[in-house]
Design a protein around this ligand. Structure first.
Ligand code: FES
Length: 398
C-alpha cells in the first residue's frame, strides 16, 4: 500500500549490541493503521550519514497499539541510513513512510504443523514478529505449529531478542531454538548455543518441516535455499531477504561515464539512486532457483544499454545492476525487493551480453525466453538491448 506519510518516533530502545528498536507512531486513525502488522514490512525514506535521501525497508516486529509499530535496525558502521537512524531518530523526530508490503504474516505460518525458521543475524526480525504472534495465540488456547528456530550470528553480542527467545524456548512446548555462533570461538556446544553453522546431520535430525522460513541477506537466502530444497524438498519455502545482490567491482580499465543520454518522453527527471542495502521483502516461494553459470572475472571496457523501440542508449555504469543503470538514467521501472524475489523488475533481454546473479523468481524456461530481473542482471560488453513496457514490466514480444 502506497502512503508517503510522516511517522513520529515514540521511543527507542537498545536491543542488542548494535540493534535499536524504534517505536513509530502513525497519524491517528490513518488508513495504514490497519495495513501495518507483525510480519509486514515498511519502506522508509531517510537520509544517510552524508545527507542523501535513501529508501530502506524494515520488518514490523511488533504492533503495541493500533497506531504504533516497531522496527529493529542494526547499526552497520557503513554511514548509511541505518547508522543515521541510530544517530538521529529520537523521541519526537519524524521519518517518512513510503509504503508497506509483505505477505509472511502469522496466518502464513498457522497453515502448517511443523515450521523451521532459519535466520541470519538481523534477519531474526521476521521470526521474532511471528513468534510473538504465535505465543499470544497459544496463550489464548489456540493451536499453533511446532517451530524450530535456527539463528546464525557472527558473535554472541549480535544475537538480538536473545532473552525473549530463551524465555519462549524454556516456557513453550511448541518452540525450540538453537543459536549458531559463526565467527567467535565459544567454549562448548550446549542445547541453545553451538559453534559454526547448522550441519546436514542436524537438518536431517529435525522433525520434518512442512514449511521453512528463511530470513537474511541475499547470499544467505540463496545458499540456505539450496540446502533446504535438498533436505526438505516438499516443504513450502517462505523467504525474506533484505540485501541486494552484490555488484562486482569494475576493472580499472572501465571507461569514463560522460556519454550522451537521451531520456524517453515522459520519463521522470530523477529516480532514486543507489537505493538499499538493508531491504526486507518477503514472499512465499516454491519456484526452482535459477542459478546462473559462474560469472566472468573481468569487467569489459565498455557496455552500452539500449531500450528497444526507443531512441535511447547510454554507456552503462560499470559494476551496477541493470536496475541501477535504468534508474540512474530516469527510465521508469518497477522495483521492490532489489533482491531477485518479487519479480517486479522483470524485463526482456532482446540482444547483447549480460551477467546474471542468482535469483528466486525466474525458472529455466523464463531464462530461455530471454526474461531477466533488472536487479540481478549486470551489463558486461557491447550493446545490451532490453524491452520494457509502460510501468516497467517486460513486453511479451521480442
Ligand atoms: S526488484 Fe524484486 S526482483 Fe528485482
Amino acid at each position: 500500500m502506497n502512503a508517503r506519510v510522516s511517522v513520529r518516533c515514540d521511543s527507542t530502545a537498545l536491543e542488542a549490541g548494535n540493534v535499536k528498536v524504534f517505536a513509530l507512531r502513525l497519524p491517528a486513525s490513518h488508513g495504514l493503521c490497519h495495513d501495518i502488522g507483525p510480519g509486514r514490512y515498511v519502506a522508509l525514506e531517510y537520509a544517510d550519514m552524508a545527507g542523501g535521501m535513501q529508501q530502506r525497508m524494515y520488518s514490523v516486529t511488533r504492533k503495541p497499539a493500533p497506531d504504533v509499530f516497531e522496527i529493529a535496525v542494526r547499526h552497520t558502521g557503513t554511514q548509511g541510513v541505518a547508522d543515521r537512524l541510530h544517530a538521529s531518530l529520537e523521541q519526537g523526530a519524524a521519518v517518512t513512510l513510503l509504503y508497506t508490503g509483505g505477505d509472511i504474516t502469522v496466518d502464513a505460518v498457522l497453515a502448517h504443523r511443523q515450521v523451521l525458521m532459519w535466520a541470519g543475524g538481523i534477519g531474526v526480525t521476521l521470526p521474532i514478529a511471528l513468534l510473538r504472534e504465535l505465543a499470544q495465540l497459544a496463550r489464548d488456547g489456540r493451536p499453533v505449529p511446532r517451530v524450530t528456530l535456527y539463528l546464525c550470528c557472527p558473535r554472541v553480542q549480535d544475537v538480538s531478542f536473545l532473552h525473549e527467545l530463551l524465555e519462549l524456548d524454556l516456557t513453550c512446548d511448541w518452540f525450540a531454538m538453537q543459536v549458531f555462533i559463526t565467527r567467535q570461538p565459544i567454549d562448548s556446544d550446549s542445547r541453545h548455543f553451538r559453534a559454526g553453522r547448522p550441519s546436514d546431520q542436524m537438518l536431517a535430525a529435525l522433525p520434518l518441516p512442512d514449511a521453512v522460513l528463511l530470513c537474511g541477506g541475499h547470499q544467505f537466502a540463496l545458499e540456505t535455499r539450496l540446502r533446504v530444497r535438498a533436505c526438505f524438498p516438499h516443504a513450502q519455502l517462505l523467504i525474506e531477504s533484505f540485501s541486494a545482490p552484490k555488484a562486482k567491482a569494475p576493472t580499472p580499465s572501465s571507461v569514463p561515464l560522460a556519454m550522451p543520454v537521451q531520456l524517453p518522453a515522459g520519463a521522470p527527471a530523477a529516480m532514486p539512486l543507489d537505493i538499499p542495502l538493508d531491504l526486507p521483502l518477503n514472499e512465499a516461494l516454491n519456484a526452482p532457483i535459477n542459478m546462473p553459470p559462474d560469472p566472468p572475472t573481468a569487467m569489459p571496457a565498455r557496455a552500452v544499454i539500449a531500450i528497444a523501440g526507443q531512441a535511447l542508449s547510454w554507456t552503462a555504469d560499470p559494476g551496477k545492476s541493470l536496475l541501477d543503470n535504468l534508474e540512474q538514467q530516469g527510465v521508469p521501472i518497477r522495483s521492490q525487493c532489489r533482491s531477485g524475489i518479487c519479480g517486479s523488475c522483470r524485463l526482456r533481454i532482446i540482444s547483447g551480453d549480460c551477467r546474471r546473479e542468482a535469483d528466486f523468481c525466474l525458472d529455466e524456461q523464463d531464462v530461455r525466453d530471454g526474461y531477466a530481473l533488472a536487479c540481478c542482471t549486470y551489463p558486461t560488453a557491447g550493446e545490451l538491448t532490453v524491452a520494457l513496457q509502460a510501468g516497467g514490466l517486460a513486453t511479451g514480444a521480442a
